[in-house]
Design a protein around this ligand. Structure first.
Ligand code: PLP
Length: 364
């Protein structure tokens, strides 16, 4: 008798590799491996979370109150927002709604690994497009389009490269991309970006029939554990996704904490200022140690180590772990010689920058 078989494409899906969070034998690790918030969540979000304790009741379905809060803060139409279990769920719903077996889903060379995973999960083919200097290349994306292309995922700024494309380039991409292709702008790090020519994509999501923007509560808002994200785009796209969204997908504590977090604009501003302060210091110190770096538009740095010898990324990673510091190797992103280091709190940043200096100078 034949045993149950998953659909033909399922066993080819790579398992997502999350950031390490433990080192054997070390009690207090410094975890700078998952781009989590340096300052933690808003105290108001924690209070709202604790107060949402009616655990025998189903949560508000459709997240109306949270969508209202998001819409108020960002100047959006709440009817054109959908909330997900992390922005990952929103990205997954986009794949389920728009792609299937035989279709193609474009992402850039060193893009967030979830895009390829979700494309494969619906039987579609992920197509990786070369970048230029660790940055998305609009012309390369446009030349990768085929009649089977259904979605283009663009993380802007991107993880793990930390680079972004300008508003002009983003608009050019949309203008030259076929109309039936959904352009998904994953702006998980938008809140950290200060560049004058950066465009968060909200205008395109509001005015074009085929652009969708996703955001997350996992990064600047410090609510990664609650699994909360959202997206905005045309009513027709939202309508399709709503039909696939599992009912009651967001728990009541997450709904409450998310609304309080997005409304606490002072906390968000403090988190952004903290990040900007350490980005400047980290870039300066790492350049001083001779490192080439990825972009500085998110909440992490990406130093490049020599490919061979005692100063390799693998050796640096081992050295940092021996000091209780966990950063992220990014070989699975096609970057075997880089480490991605999340900007943490003051104490963690001093520790990791001092440790890297000691490593490069050969002290122990
Ligand atoms: C961290 C991250 C997300 C957020 O994922 P969640 O599911 O919301 O935690 C989305 N996109 C990128 C590029 C990220 O780095």
């Amino acid at each position: 008798m034949a045993l149950p078989q998953p659909r033909s494409w399922v066993l080819d899906i790579p398992l997502y590799q999350g950031g390490k969070s433990e080192i054997k034998g070390v009690n207090r690790v410094i975890k700078l491996s998952s781009n989590e918030a340096a300052l933690g969540p808003s105290p108001k979000a924690l209070t709202a979370y604790a107060a949402a304790n009616t655990l025998h009741r189903y949560p508000q379905d459709g997240a109306a109150d949270l969508r209202t809060a998001i819409a108020e803060i960002h100047g959006l139409d709440p009817a054109r927002i959908i909330c997900g279990v992390g922005s990952d769920e929103v990205l997954c719903l986009l794949c389920r709604a728009f792609a299937g077996p035989g279709d193609e889903v474009i992402h850039t060379e060193h893009a967030y690994s979830i895009y390829a995973i979700f494309a494969k999960s619906v039987g579609a083919k992920p197509v990786a497009v070369p970048e230029t200097d660790l940055t998305a290349n609009v012309d390369a994306i446009l030349s990768a389009v085929t009649p089977r292309t259904r979605l283009v995922f663009l993380a802007n700024p991107n993880n793990p490269t930390g680079t972004y494309i300008s508003g002009a380039e983003l608009n050019r991409l949309r203008a030259q991309l076929r109309e039936d292709i959904v352009l998904v702008v994953d702006a998980a790090y938008a809140e950290f970006t200060a560049a004058a020519d950066y465009d968060d994509g909200f205008a395109l999501a509001a005015t074009t029939p085929n652009t969708f923007v996703t955001r997350t509560f996992s990064k600047i808002y410090g609510l990664a554990s609650l699994r909360l994200g959202w997206g905005t785009g045309p009513a027709e796209i939202i309508g399709a996704m709503e039909r696939l969204r599992p009912p009651f997908n967001i728990s009541a504590p997450a709904l409450a904490a998310g609304a309080a977090a997005v409304r606490d604009v002072a906390h968000t501003a403090a988190a952004k200022a903290h990040n900007a302060k350490w980005m400047k210091i980290a870039v300066q110190r790492l350049r001083g140690l001779g490192f080439n770096l990825g972009g500085d538009s998110a909440n992490f740095v990406l130093p490049e180590f020599p490919a061979q010898g005692p100063k390799s990324a693998a050796a640096a990673d081992a050295y940092l772990q021996s000091r209780g510091i966990i950063v992220r190797r990014v070989s699975n992103y096609g970057l075997p010689n880089h480490l991605r280091i999340t900007l943490g709190n003051d104490e963690d940043m001093t520790a990791v920058l001092d440790a890297l200096a000691a490593f490069m100078e050969g002290r122990s």
